[in-house]
Design a protein around this ligand. Structure first.
Ligand code: NAD
Ligand code: WQD
Length: 333
């Protein structure tokens, strides 16, 4: 199966490319390297022994993307390409709406033109806004608290409408909770440009000494230790779910939505303690005010993915921290 992977040079995309190759599939990457580096292609080859074809193309560029479809004739598409920094999306809403929505539309149009029916789309737990129940099931009410979240909310809606209009389409929406960790080789991982927005890369950079300390955003939440609780999922588990989603699509039509999380929550301070144990380093931290838009507790009901995809997260919090530490300590800039 030939799989066109937009955003395949990024954090989740690279890990998924490795799992697609392991499953005997043929990934082809499209990425404009706006948040990644072509060096990663050599690393993919080092891990897999396979040279993966990659096109330096913007997924919003209809003509250039059409040329890739024409040349490669993929069987299916995984659409990761998008901008993902919540704070930046508040400062630059138009850049986020333009890039993330135009990319969804352009990918879906190219698929129609070249007769490609199957699509897997990267969505996010952010579409649950401030959830009124945990664990969160897929049919919980949807909303958003920032432009990035709205692009996922709207991207999903566009694809639901596309599926409704064409009964031959096969679309799977995957809502990721908090992806963390790295490939066990230490060759690929999350490599944020500038200061990390997310907790795990920030903790990892404090552990290496690249950052002085972690700011813990609030310790007055109604949780076991007062810090906010999230559902952290190892990126390799997440990558494997994409392979399962593609396999599950074969021979069927319609649209499905699945939560991808570990199904349990850890607090910020539990994450700090687990990382200290994995790295042997002390993580200095300071309690500061809550971050605007953060919710107290968020974790997934993962039973639908277990039942229908036959997938569940296997890696532990210790694995997530050990792999993130291996990656970060080998990639100090
Ligand atoms: P990433 O930034 O590491 O990867 C995204 C890749 O897409 C990058 O390589 C970037 O260069 C590329 N890209 C962006 N816009 C593009 C465009 N118009 N054309 C071609 N390439 C483009 O991010 P990631 O963490 O791997 O996230 C992948 C997807 O998963 C995104 O859609 C993101 O919103 C979604 N997601 C991520 C998280 C997370 O915490 N990492 C959580 C939920 C959902
Ligand atoms: C986790 C917890 C912070 C940094 C975001 C997006 C979401 C999805 C995943 C893309 C929170 C706390 C963090 C720090 C801290 N991405 N924290 N100090 O906010 O759950 O989700 O990434 O779709 O859409 O919103 O993840 O890693 O930023 O934060 O105390 O320096 O760690 O307050 O409780 P979040 P996160």
């Amino acid at each position: 199966m030939k799989v066109l992977v937009t955003g395949g040079a990024g954090y989740i995309g690279t890990h998924t490319v490795i799992e697609l190759l392991a499953a005997g599939m043929e990934p082809v990457i499209v990425d404009n390297f706006s948040n990644s580096h072509p060096d990663v292609l050599d690393r993919l080859e080092q891990i897999s022994g396979t040279k993966v074809r990659c096109y330096d193309v913007d997924a919003c560029d209809s003509r250039a993307l059409g040329d890739v479809f024409e040349k490669e004739r993929p069987d299916t598409v995984i659409h990761f390409a998008g901008l993902k920094a919540v704070g930046e999306s508040v400062e630059q809403p138009l850049a986020y709406y333009r890039n993330n929505l135009l990319a969804v539309i352009t990918v879906a149009e190219s698929m129609s033109k070249y007769g490609v029916r199957n699509l897997v789309f990267s969505s996010s737990a952010t579409v649950y806004g401030d959830p009124d129940q945990v664990p969160i099931p897929e049919d919980a009410p949807l909303s958003a608290t920032n432009p990035y979240g709205w692009t996922k909310f709207m991207g999903e809606q566009i694809l639901r409408d596309v599926a409704l209009a064409d009964s031959k389409r096969r679309i799977t929406i995957l809502r990721y909770f908090n992806p963390v960790g790295a490939h066990e080789s230490g060759l690929i991982g999350e490599d944020p440009l500038g200061p990390p927005n997310n907790l795990m890369p920030m903790i990892a950079q404090v552990a290496t000494g690249q950052r002085e300390r972690l700011n813990v955003y609030g310790n007055d939440y109604p949780t076991q230790d007062g810090t906010a609780v999230r559902d952290y999922i190892h990126v390799v588990d997440l990558a494997k779910a994409h392979v399962r989603a593609l396999e599950h699509q074969i021979g069927t039509s319609g649209i499905d939505t699945y939560n991808l999380g570990a199904g349990k929550g850890y607090s910020v301070l539990e994450m700090v303690a687990a990382f200290e144990k994995a790295s042997g380093k002390t993580i200095g931290y300071k309690i500061v005010d809550r971050r605007a838009g953060d919710v107290a507790v968020c974790f997934a009901d993962t039973s639908l993915a277990a039942r229908e995809l036959g997938w569940e997260a296997m890696k532990t919090l210790a694995d997530m921290c050990a792999d993130a530490w291996r990656w970060q300590s080998r990639n100090i800039k």
